[in-house]
Design a protein. Structure first.
Length: 318
């Protein structure tokens, strides 16, 4: 084969990956999974269904929405939608540069990545390794971010066993002085890769493991594997500005879209009253740091209000 043919093959886009392995992972880790309106949905919170994958822009018909509420009882739906459709103006955090490299980063971030690559060994990891060595990184990250522990005891082991069984999921690590300083979990969905989970040890941050790990895995995905894009997912329901700034510094950007949040018709009837929404806000604010669930609820309410979906006829009962 001549050099031109070799070069052409090396630039061939990555083959699309099925959604089913990731759906099976979600189900194995305790999430309710269903299909409807042309995609998969999983119960991301208490009774709220999120469409998977997030990069697919959906325009379900009124009948499809009514069928979802009728056949699959839930508090509401959340999904990505086209810019020319209904919903709140939002974004997905993506990197889709096929020539991604150090020259795409600012001088400051480039310096951190270089120092990280000197201090860290970046390697693919088995999920067994993450299960046995990743707990300190998980707990340190949650403590820095002021978030509660989600995976404890048997749920921690179950999570990584399920990940190991999913053919489209991979684990990556930054190794410093023989120890796991940071890990990253990725999943390929269609021709895109989502960075699902990133964790790092506080005592290793001076080695810049997060910068080195995100950079090197992104480079391999975009340049070597030729995936169409990498995403960190949709704009969060909560304020995570500092985390987003790290991602933007690593060469990711906001890709505009709309998010739709549709409450169940019964909830919509209640939340259609300004007084009810005011009471909910006061209750959630009173919960403070303990009210993670309620803070997410406020985020859903804010998105629904801004997108005009508290008054959407698409939610009306059949």
């Amino acid at each position: 084969m001549d050099s031109l043919a070799l070069a052409t093959n090396s630039r061939r886009p990555a083959a699309a990956a099925p959604i089913e392995p990731f759906a099976q992972f979600l189900e194995a880790t305790g999430h309710r999974i269903l299909r409807g309106a042309g995609t998969f949905w999983y119960e991301a919170g208490r009774g709220f269904l999120l469409a998977v994958p997030s990069h697919r822009l959906l325009q379900p018909s009124d009948e499809e929405i009514r069928a979802l509420f009728r056949l699959h009882p839930c508090a509401g739906l959340r999904f990505s939608a086209p810019l020319d459709g209904a919903g709140v103006l939002s974004y997905q955090i993506v990197c889709d540069d096929p020539d991604y490299g150090l020259d795409r980063l600012s001088a400051n971030v480039r310096s951190k990545v270089r120092r990280g690559l000197r201090r860290c060994e970046i390697a693919a990891l088995s999920f067994d390794t993450i299960a046995s060595e990743g707990l300190p990184a998980d707990r340190d990250t949650l403590a820095r971010q002021g978030r509660g522990v989600r995976l404890e005891g048997t749920s921690w082991d179950r999570h990584w066993r399920a990940a190991a069984a999913a053919s489209t999921m991979e684990g990556w690590g930054a190794i410093v002085d023989g120890g796991l300083a940071a890990f990253l979990v990725t999943v390929q969905l269609d021709d895109c890769v989502e960075f699902l989970l990133a964790r790092s040890r506080t005592d290793c941050l001076d080695a810049y493991p997060n910068n080195a790990l995100v950079y090197e895995v992104a480079r391999r995905m975009l340049v070597e594997r030729r995936v169409r894009q990498i995403t960190f997912g949709l704009e969060s329901l909560e304020d995570v500005g500092a985390l987003d700034q790290f991602k933007f510094g690593m060469g990711f950007r906001q890709s505009p879209l709309r998010q739709r949040v549709l409450f169940h018709p019964l909830l919509r009837t209640v939340l259609g009253h300004a007084g009810a929404r005011a009471l909910l806000r006061r209750w959630a604010e009173g919960r403070g740091a303990r009210g993670g669930f309620w803070q997410k609820g406020l985020g859903l309410l804010r998105f629904a209000e801004a997108g005009g979906d508290l008054g959407s006829s698409a939610q009306e009962a059949a």
